[in-house]
Design a protein around this ligand. Structure first.
Ligand SMILES: Nc1ncnc2c1ncn2[C@@H]1O[C@H](COP(=O)(O)OP(=O)(O)OP(=O)(O)O)[C@@H](O)[C@H]1O
Length: 274
């Protein structure tokens, strides 16, 4: 059985003239890394928020580990574009934050708390920030803050990590470093990842499958398995396989948004005018 089962999911926002999502069906396997790409407004974030339980679906069925999703849960953790760390807590305390809530609620034993500390230290090491455990978010760069947000999301060992343009606010070099980091984390933690992006290159480099969505109404246009080795390296971006897939997906985005038709029409008008 798949890790995430999405069947005919639809979403109509109140007062909206068109469905934000229509008949979206997708099965995501355990430990898969799936990227969602598509033009602005095609429903990528809405789909991710519905999986996270932050938004209600209007129709369809959605399951994580065979359990129907109706609200947020510890089995699904989300990382947003804006780091959303607690500025008054140190790096290590930000990572442990969800555990602290649990400690208050459930009165965990000291060995549970010790295990949580061990987990936080291991994650700090995994994201390469052991040296700044006691620093505060304002003392860190954007990339470092996003590393902390990722570690915090992983703290409760979620079944699925949902990432909504997590590197969208970072500069190009930092993004490359973050790409290799998230691939490393995926290998080590064996988490299933669903990753939303505008950037086709990012979608191909990270994804085992790229799901292309199209707008008006938001739906799945096509799904592209990425025929690259599991262990990605930056030089693969120059390979013909990578470049051809990138060109194909970009062409499909142009077609699906009507951009290709607009360009053709403009060209025809220009020819007629001369
Ligand atoms: N809370 C809301 N109320 C009304 N309409 C909404 C709401 N959230 C999203 N929408 C609409 O739903 C559609 C899908 O939006 P969504 O943000 O999911 O797309 P997206 O593909 O993530 O876009 P982007 O890449 O620009 O973030 C859009 O037409 C958007 O205007």
């Amino acid at each position: 059985m798949s890790k995430l089962h999405i069947h005919n999911v639809g979403k109509v926002f109140e007062g909206a003239p068109m469905a934000a999502l229509q008949d979206v069906s997708l099965d995501i396997e355990d430990n898969e890394f799936v990227t969602l790409v598509g033009a602005s407004g095609c429903g990528k974030s809405t789909l991710l928020r519905i999986i996270a339980g932050l938004e209600y679906r209007s129709s369809g069925e959605l399951q994580c580990d065979c359990k129907s999703i109706h609200s947020p849960g510890a089995d699904r953790a989300m990382v947003f574009q804006h780091y959303s760390l607690y500025p008054w807590l140190s790096v290590i305390d930000n990572i442990k934050f969800s555990r602290r809530l649990k400690v208050n609620r459930e009165d965990l034993s000291s060995s549970d708390v010790e295990a949580a500390s061990g987990r936080a230290d291991a994650l700090l090491n995994l994201i390469g920030l052991s040296k700044v455990a006691k620093a505060y978010p304002s003392q860190l760069s954007g990339g470092m803050q996003q590393r902390v947000a990722i570690a915090r999301a992983l703290m409760g060992r979620p079944s699925v990590l949902l990432m909504d343009e997590p590197f969208g606010a970072l500069d190009a070099q930092t993004r490359e470093v973050m790409h290799d980091l998230i691939l490393h984390i995926h290998r080590v933690e064996k988490t299933t990842i669903v990753f939303v992006t505008h950037d086709v290159e990012e979608a191909i480099y990270l994804g085992q499958r790229v799901v292309l969505m199209q707008p008006r109404p938001g739906r799945i246009h096509s799904i592209f398995p990425v025929p690259l080795p599991a262990d990605r390296t930056q030089d693969m971006k120059q390979s013909p396989v990578f470049r051809d897939l990138r060109a194909e997906i970009l062409q499909r985005i142009r077609e699906s948004t009507g951009l290709a038709t607009d360009t053709d029409m403009l060209e025809r008008l220009n020819l007629a005018a001369h």
